[in-house]
Design a protein around this ligand. Sequence first.
Ligand code: NAD
Length: 274
Amino acid sequence: MTNLPLIKLNDGATMPQLGFGVWQVADDQAAGAVKTAIASGYRSIDTAAIYGNEEGVGRGIKAAGVARSDLFITTKLWNDRQGRDEPAKALAESLKKLKLDYVDLYLIHWPAPKQDRFVDSWRALVALQQQGLARSIGVSNFTAAHLTRIIDTIGVVPAVNQIELHPRLQQKPLRDFHATHGIRTESWSPLGQGKLLDDPVLAAIAKKYRKSTAQVILRWHLDNQLIVIPKSTHEERIRENFAVFDFKLEPADLAQIDKLDANGRIGPDPDRFS
Ligand code: NAD
């Protein structure tokens, strides 16, 4: 069994540094993909209510036959369930679909600032953690301004902020803010949704290490202490993306990748998306 690195969260819990993302995996495909991922060594699964595949994920978890305590399951509160009372109902629905008694991490999916309900939502998540329904709580797509507002108002610092992060969008100022406040950074679309895989700089580094470009990009995330959740539905790629614990990038190669930072956002702007 691979020695999967664990990241310590600010509430004392630990989270696998590499997990399996299931965005855009259909519900009837999710069970097979999750089962394959867990059989390949993954222990962390990242889903969300809006992905529409929590039932499939739940079936995959059961089929994998690994003890619940050895797994780390994340799901997320969708924007239309934000507010004071809705998050408790939304998490209850997610748990029912996942066939779980608790999630390891519950995230507010987007700040959706136009609704201006993320402070109330954060208060609700704090209560859900106290009830043991979410072992850890965090946010996703929050900017430093959104984070400052919930921390100052509620006084509880999120364990994680899951944000778009890859070599073309390295989010250095936000990562510095996280480090100052004890928030772990989790990279979504870590491979740039596959768009980074033909980058010549990354391909040349991959050749040097006799690894795939995807493996080099994932190693860059790991070497930068980021939590990372690549997605694939192909068995060989699911395995390939997990086979990243037998090498490390040299400082010169990390520095070359650092130079690819280009404000290359693929997903929505968190200040506008609702
Ligand atoms: P990703 O960066 O993980 O890229 C996935 C794509 O890359 C695949 O569809 C495939 O085309 C390709 N790919 C993957 N492994 C490969 C390999 N070894 N070789 C060749 N091609 C490969 O993109 P993603 O799915 O957008 O992001 C990963 C996860 O992040 C999602 O599944 C989801 O769990 C999470 N996510 C969260 C948010 C959010 O708002 N919080 C948004 C997007 C994604």
